[in-house]
Design a protein around this ligand. Structure first.
Ligand code: ADP
Ligand code: MG
Ligand code: MG
Ligand code: MG
Ligand code: MG
Ligand code: MG
Length: 601
């Protein structure tokens, strides 16, 4: 999360009076920022990751989420800058986010510095855990919302979420977060409704009877796990990467270049096979978060196809000829925009930049969700607060970030990945994406495909065991720079896409070729050894030789003596699972505990 404003947040009935005010001033602020920074050139290639952790108490055979976020962060904020670590609050009061303080650069060494920095972050944060508390990186906590899953006496059906499963006490105490939750609920006129398909195991009753639900809400089928609070989604952990482009156009090009990769990396990083204590028929968190912050009313759903948390709707490059000569072919889904905002952007100087106008006008169909009374009136020339209010509550697979001040350039964020158990894996996913970004730029590769294919790929990423059961659209010729040639698209497996086959070169071979090509600075052996491990890890995950985190969790549950093959994860199974993941993450026998994920490393 970005900076947290201090002050009094308005309740929804008050917010709704100021939604146009925030939108109008947000756009004025954006226009000032564009004016100030549109001509920035030659910014260095910088990048940095974000890792999200959960704090779990493991003692006496019981696992509970620890809620000492404020205490822990209070101490972590005091860590010296020389450690190059930074810690941030997150939605769940059991969550912590960490980033490097200073971003990494384009040097080869940065590719190994990342993992060192990640380990350092985990070690530093671990110092502030009590003896029973542990910092764990797993995407969805299996028993979130089940029984006494967190260290609180708080009870369910609190005023903020009214959830049947989750007490409000698990939400970050800063007023922004409970207000975000209740304003979403009030805006849509009812609680959020999250459903994911249940995995039918051999002893799972047909039709399935949810042990935690007395009455199934209208519209929820007997095949679904039902959840009803923002925390089920925003309480999941992810892995994000931000890149600085050389200029505004560099960042826009990179946004488009990486967008087609988002479903592929979501699927390959899959680590969320259980929700609310029930084994699901999907392996990723994405649609759970999407539903958990969906503030659309039933009426709006007829005209606005996606939640604020969803995959991107349009490409934005101004320079790419392939896109600009075939805009309707690639930007092929209807993009809902706000007419007033479109007008304001055009009149503000963007009349010749329809793709950027469309991008921001689409973001600005949403209402601001949290407004601090004290911050209603701002200096629009120097503040981006109203803009960021809308921008940072459009949670999409990619984010295009304008400079917040003169010391930072135009950036692009890659947001699909699920968090992995170990810093080795988290670094592997990041470094491969960084290298893909560099390869794409250096070799002017083209991954453009119609946005509708990316949407279809997002659905495929939600298929259980996507490595073996899903296929994803790709553009076969990535070298294709001829704007008139007819591109060919085909659905391939993750193995074919990452490792290549006789029709498709493959993402990892592209990176390996890039690394072998001559560079002004030769690749040090230490770096190439490490990078090869990262490439091998992703290669073997994609081929199925090694398990994804989700598959490994499924196997763990399936072979647990307490598991009755009825799709239910008990407290004991959860305790043993989280204990094992904690050991793996802290480096204790990691590759023996999870042989099937790490064999050979
Ligand atoms: P947010 O939560 O808004 O996405 P964070 O500040 O939590 O962003 O993290 C963004 C990441 O970007 C961090 O790893 C940070 O080190 C990195 N970063 C900081 N400055 C730059 C920059 N100029 N270019 C690229 N990345 C940067
Ligand atoms: Mg975060
Ligand atoms: Mg962050
Ligand atoms: Mg954030
Ligand atoms: Mg979680
Ligand atoms: Mg982020």
């Amino acid at each position: 999360m970005g900076l947290l404003s201090e002050g009094t947040p308005l309740q929804w009935s008050e917010v709704s009076k100021y939604v146009d005010h925030v939108r109008e001033h947000g756009i004025i602020q954006l226009l000032h920022t564009l004016e100030k920074y549109k001509n920035r050139q030659n910014d260095p290639f910088l990048w940095g990751d974000e890792v999200e952790y959960i704090v779990v108490n493991l003692s006496d055979g019981k696992a509970t989420l620890g809620l000492r976020q404020n205490d822990i962060l209070g101490k972590l904020m005091l860590i010296s800058d020389s450690e190059n670590v930074n810690f941030h609050p997150e939605y769940g009061r059991y969550m912590i986010e960490s980033t490097p303080l200073k971003p990494f650069d384009a040097s080869w060494d940065s590719l190994i510095d990342l993992e060192t920095n990640m380990r350092h972050r985990r070690q530093i944060a671990s110092r502030y855990m009590t003896p029973t508390e542990h910092l764990v990186t797993m995407s969805s906590y299996p028993l979130l919302g089940v029984g006494h899953f967190a260290e609180t006496e708080g009870t369910v059906k609190g005023p903020v979420t009214q959830s049947e499963f989750m007490p409000d006490e698990i939400i970050n105490l800063h007023p922004r977060f409970p207000t975000l939750s209740s304003n979403i609920r009030e805006r849509r006129g009812k609680k959020v409704e999250i459903t994911v398909p249940v995995f039918h195991d051999v002893n799972t009753p047909q039709p399935w009877v949810d042990p935690l639900l007395k009455d199934r809400p209208v519209g929820v089928s007997s095949q679904e796990i039902y959840m009803d609070a923002m925390g089920f989604g925003m309480g999941c952990c992810c892995l994000q990467l931000t890149f600085q482009g050389a200029s505004i156009d560099g960042a826009r090009d990179l946004y488009d270049a990486l967008a087609p990769l988002t479903p592929l990396f979501l699927a390959l990083s899959a680590g969320s096979p259980v929700f609310r204590g029930v084994v699901a028929d999907q392996d990723v968190r994405w649609n759970v978060i999407s539903q958990s912050v969906d503030d659309r009313t039933d009426d709006e759903k007829k005209t606005i196809p996606k939640s604020r948390y969803d995959s991107i709707d349009c490409y934005i490059s101004r320079k790419n000829e392939i896109l600009n000569q075939n805009t309707d072919f690639y930007n092929d889904i209807p993009v809902v925009t706000n007419d007033k905002v479109t007008e304001q952007l055009r009149e503000g100087g963007l009349e010749n930049d329809p793709l950027l106008v469309q991008h921001f006008s689409h973001y600005f169909i949403r209402d601001p969700l949290v407004i601090f009374e004290e911050l209603l009136d701002q200096d629009d020339k120097n503040s981006m607060d109203h803009f960021e209010n809308i921008q940072t509550t459009n949670w999409q697979t990619m984010r295009f970030k304008p400079p917040p001040n003169a010391s930072i350039g135009w950036r692009t964020e890659f947001r699909p990945c699920e968090i992995q158990f170990t810093d080795f894996e988290n670094a592997a996913f990041c470094v491969v994406v960084v290298l893909l970004a560099r390869t794409i730029v250096a070799n002017k590769l083209c991954f453009y495909q119609p946005i509708s294919q990316i949407d279809e790929n997002m659905k495929q990423a939600h298929v259980r065991d996507p490595v073996h059961r899903a296929k994803f659209w790709v553009r076969l010729s990535v070298q294709d720079q001829d704007k008139d040639s007819k591109p060919v698209f085909k659905q391939l497996t993750l193995n074919d896409i990452f490792n290549g086959n006789d029709e498709y070169i493959g993402l990892l071979p592209l990176v390996r070729d890039y690394l072998k090509s001559p560079h002004s600075e030769p690749l040090p052996e230490k770096v190439s050894n490490k990078v090869n491990q990262y490439l091998d890890l992703l290669s073997k995950r994609a081929s199925g030789e090694l398990d994804t985190a989700a598959t490994w969790i499924r196997k763990f549950i399936n072979s647990h003596p307490d598991y009755k093959h009825d799709s239910i994860v008990t407290e004991k199974i959860n305790f043993d699972l989280v204990t094992a993941i904690n050991k793996i993450g802290s480096g204790e026998g990691w590759n023996t505990i999870a042989q099937s994920m790490f064999r050979g490393f």
